[in-house]
Design a protein around this ligand. Structure first.
Ligand code: M6R
Length: 595
């Protein structure tokens, strides 16, 4: 997830150190390249490259940048590989405008083609450059700056925040759609950023513009106008009182809870991005034509692969083998060849077990694709194409938002292979929000009631079977309790003997699996278990379960990414109630680069 920061002061000054400090405060979002531009009179000094802030800032001497306005950007690659030319900020054709964005412009490819046809100079694949040309195109046609922005806003589809300035001017302009943006008001300066933490050390007086609003920043004041009619809007400044730590956690007590609540937004961005990705066609064709298709990962990423294999079979009639990466080496690697396709799934893109499996597969000539969150990671570089998960930085060790976006990616692929309308998936983010809102109080109360138990089971069937595995993993990982995930029908084949009075057994059920789940839950209920069901509202479940956690009605496949949300919340609350830090569970690290 990229980060932007813009700064306007009343006189020319050493602006470099301010931009470097702001960039450092954006690093927690994750990035692969850095760029800074100083606007000094009629000159724009732009310096940028791939690398860490300290490396790029030192190599290009950001500290010496002087000016009255400046923009700094940290890029997390989605459109275009991490490279100097794709790094932001970007110039317009003549080098008079400079701008940078965060987020995704999903009609990037079409707009770039239009700009090229109109004779504009397009230098990169990056959608930040597209935002600059979108404004340039209307300035060239004689529009005033605000009107050019209003028209550009209509052309740019997606979720983004954008800041732009013109040489020889004394202000910056910023506008946003779907992404966050904050404006800071200080003594003799104003600033704008995608993130509050980059502004807070400078000022605690802020304005939060809404979608469809254009902010003009001068050194001593700002003006907000509506995109719709260009008219001025009154936005009262507010004072931020929270600590920096609280602000970085978005007001939540832990990163895990923040990341749980970010899931709907990152899902929305992912779905838009997948729709706009031309490479996805190649991946789908190869998947369709593969002799054998393997979905390979570890831990949570393996669970997403397992959900994916259910989707591909149920929706597209395509058999896909989900397999833990080391087991792929032991079992399948000797059998694979160029006719086979593997999708390697990993949040970090650095998990050694996954990279070992990739090496074994490539040695046999298998076609290897990736599905990773960290762009620029080894997996993204070592596969022929790697689909991005688009989640931004996931700080908490327990994976949450990356899991749901992995699942949604597989659902998207299955829909495309089945020639179903992917526009139906656009409901998912809203359903996720609804699920969190309607289940949170009940789940927190339940966590209190079952927290004394150190043995639990989590059962599912079909697409919810791997969801049960994932729920059990989350519970183990951060509560340190023993929790086993299992196919619901397997419970009677042994574990049933462990049931005692009050023993908590969680069931996650898709709408088509209710009769089967009811028989499973009665089997354990008559032996004293406490049965907790996560499912759509159903009178049969109300009549049979001890607790019914209701998720919204949706397609059977969508119940899986919805059903995991209460399990994430349950694990979180039980962990906190036990006095543990869910973000950093003992003995674990976020990225496992060892065998
Ligand atoms: O980065 P990866 O997705 O490859 O990591 C694999 C597992 O280590 C990881 O999913 C782990 O299981 C999660 N942190 C659990 O929440």
């Amino acid at each position: 997830m990229c980060g932007i920061f813009g700064y306007v002061t009343s006189k020319e000054e050493a602006i470099g150190p301010i931009l470097i400090a702001a960039a450092e405060r954006l690093t927690y979002r994750g990035y692969d390249s850095v760029g800074a531009a100083a606007l000094n009179g009629s000159k724009i000094d732009l310096r940028k490259d791939v690398g860490k802030v300290e490396e790029v800032a030192a190599k290009y001497n950001f500290a010496e940048l002087r000016g009255q306005r400046g923009i700094v950007q940290l890029r997390w690659a989605t459109f275009g590989e991490p490279s100097q030319v794709n790094a932001q900020p970007h110039l317009d054709s003549d080098g008079d405008l400079v701008g940078a964005h965060n987020g995704n412009v999903v009609n990037n490819v079409e707009l770039r083609e239009q700009f090229i046809a109109e004779g504009l100079t397009v230098r990169s694949q990056n959608d930040g450059e597209t935002c600059v040309h979108a404004v340039e195109r209307y300035l060239n046609r004689g529009y005033e700056f605000i009107d050019a922005i209003r028209l550009a806003y209509g052309d740019l589809q997606g979720d983004y925040a954008f800041v732009i300035g013109r040489a020889g001017d004394d202000k910056l302009y910023a506008f946003k759609k779907g992404s966050g943006m904050v404006v800071g008001l200080g003594e003799g300066f104003t600033c704008v950023s995608s993130d509050l933490p980059s502004i807070l050390p400078l000022t605690r007086t802020v304005i939060r513009p809404q979608d469809g609003e254009i902010v003009t920043l001068w050194a001593d004041h700002v003006e907000v106008r509506s995109v719709k009619d260009g008219k001025k809007i009154d936005r009262m400044p507010e004072t931020v009182t929270e600590s920096m730590d609280a602000v970085q956690k978005g007001g939540y007590p832990h990163f895990m809870l923040k990341e749980i609540h970010e899931q709907s937004q990152v899902a929305r961005e992912l779905i838009h991005l997948l729709d706009a990705s031309p490479e996805i066609e190649t991946v789908i064709e190869k998947m369709k034509n593969a002799r054998h298709l393997y979905l390979i990962g570890c831990g949570t990423s393996y669970h997403a692969a397992a959900v994916g294999s259910v989707y591909l079979a149920q929706l597209a009639g395509r058999a896909a083998i989900p397999v833990l990466a080391p087991q792929f080496i032991a079992q399948y690697a000797p059998t694979v060849g160029y006719q086979d396709v593997g999708i390697f799934v990993s949040q970090s893109g650095e998990t050694k077990d996954v990279l070992n499996a990739l090496e074994a597969a490539e040695a046999r000539g298998m076609t290897c694709f990736g599905l990773a969150n960290v762009v620029g990671s080894t997996l993204t570089k070592a596969t022929s194409f790697c689909l991005p998960l688009c989640c931004g930085y996931e700080i908490s060790v327990p994976a949450t938002k990356t899991f749901t976006n992995q699942v949604i990616t597989f659902l998207y692929l299955a829909y495309r292979m089945a020639n179903r309308l992917t526009s139906d998936l656009e409901r998912i983010p809203e359903l996720m929000e609804q699920t969190l809102a309607q289940t949170a109080p009940q789940v927190e109360a339940l966590a209190k009631e079952i927290n004394e138990w150190n043995d639990l089971y989590c059962l599912g069937y079909g697409a919810t079977y791997p969801i049960a595995l994932e729920g059990a993993l989350k519970l183990k990982e951060i509560t340190y309790a023993h929790c086993e995930g299992m196919l619901s029908t397997e419970f009677k084949h042994g574990p049933l003997s462990a049931v005692s009075k009050g023993f908590p057994i969680l069931f996650v059920a898709g709408p088509n699996d209710v009769p089967l789940i009811i028989s499973g839950l009665n089997e354990v209920k008559v032996r004293g278990a406490r049965t907790i069901v996560i499912a759509e509202d159903d009178p049969r479940l109300r009549a049979n379960a001890d607790d019914l956690i209701v998720i919204p009605k949706s397609d059977p496949q969508i119940a899986a990414p919805l059903g995991v949300l209460p399990l994430q919340l349950l694990s979180y609350h039980m962990s906190v109630m036990r006095g543990f830090d869910p973000d950093f569970p003992r003995n674990l690290s976020k990225t496992l680069t060892v065998d």
